[in-house]
Write a protein that binds this ligand. Structure first.
Ligand code: HEC
Length: 277
């Protein structure tokens, strides 16, 4: 009976991961994921994938480098620094919650107490809530000024997202992975269809970026937005491109997706904020 149960769960695991390979660990999947892009874009050094489409598109790279020199997010970084250092009404402040402002590369995290994923934006609002302050909105505005400053202070640190030995952490990772590979929307396309299988190809006038390095540089300043946006703002836009209903920023679904996708960039440098088209 026990043997049968074991066999049945193996079959289930194989079906769920959609592959007939023996079920692999996150660490093995990470190595495979990164190698795929290194093989596909042999002219791009691994550490340069943090520059998104500009890491593989020489034509737009020069413009990008020029914009970054007088970056439009600089004003937000300054505003964020001021916010970070301004005490809350009860006299406490962000320094009571974060060891230092430069912690971008350590999020998202699995929280063993709640069994949930904590993003940087979530940690900021938890900190505010504990001090009796109003939460900040999750997609843009004051939140992105704060995260722009924190990302800026994190520059050069290496992403090191942990998946602790806890089945709830693995379940979050798998939930994110499922979202990433699952076809959705009227166009019936998965994140992987655009950013894995078709990375480097054009969709209408846009060239598709590799997913390696996808979340190393947030928040992102986009001309289209006329300002900064969080990872969940960007991901919601991608869901909508395939005419799928977007999830809410900081929904459990997007937090799991962010956990999976950031883990896949482990070993790369934090380089936020950044500009994108
Ligand atoms: C129909 C194709 C398509 C699908 C499907 C799609 N995207 Fe995108 N995505 C784009 C395009 C186009 C851009 C802008 C150009 C670029 O950077 O690739 C983009 C940009 C992004 C960026 C910003 C990259 C950067 O360097 O800042 C992220 C992150 C991203 N997508 C994540 C996702 C995720 C996660 C999913 C699945 C929920 C997804 N995308 C699904 C087309 C797609």
């Amino acid at each position: 009976m026990r043997k049968f149960f074991y066999a049945a769960t193996m079959v289930l695991t194989i079906c769920l991961t959609g592959s007939f390979a023996i079920a692999s660990t996150p660490a093995e999947e990470l190595a495979e994921f990164q190698q795929y892009y290194l093989d596909k874009f042999p002219d791009t050094p691994k550490e340069d994938f943090i520059n998104g489409i500009y890491s593989i598109d020489a034509a737009s790279r020069e413009t990008f480098d020029a914009i970054e020199e007088f970056a439009p997010y600089e004003i937000d970084v300054a505003k964020g620094e001021e916010m970070y250092n301004k005490p809350f009404a009860d006299g406490s402040g962000y320094a009571n919650c974060f060891a230092e402002p430069g912690v971008r590369h350590l999020y998202p995290q699995f929280d063993s107490k709640s069994g949930k994923i904590v993003t940087l934006e979530g940690a900021i609002n938890a900190c505010r809530k504990a001090a009796g302050e109003k939460p900040l909105k999750y997609k843009k505005g004051a939140m992105t000024a704060l995260t722009a400053y924190m990302a800026y202070e994190s520059r050069g640190n290496i992403f090191d997202i942990k998946i602790p030995d806890d089945e709830r952490a693995l379940a979050q990772y798998n939930r994110g992975k499922r979202h990433w590979y699952q076809k959705r929307g009227q166009l019936n396309m998965a994140c992987a269809d655009c950013h894995l299988n078709n990375a480097g190809n054009y969709i209408r006038s846009e060239r598709l970026s590799p997913a390696l390095g996808h979340l190393t540089h947030f928040p992102v300043y986009r001309a289209k937005w006329g300002g900064l946006g969080t990872p969940h703002r960007r991901i919601a836009g991608c869901n909508e491109q395939v005419r799928a209903k977007a999830f809410k920023a900081q929904s459990d679904e997007y937090k799991a997706l962010e956990y999976f996708l950031t883990y896949m960039s482990n070993g790369l440098e934090a380089n936020g904020p950044a500009t994108r088209k």
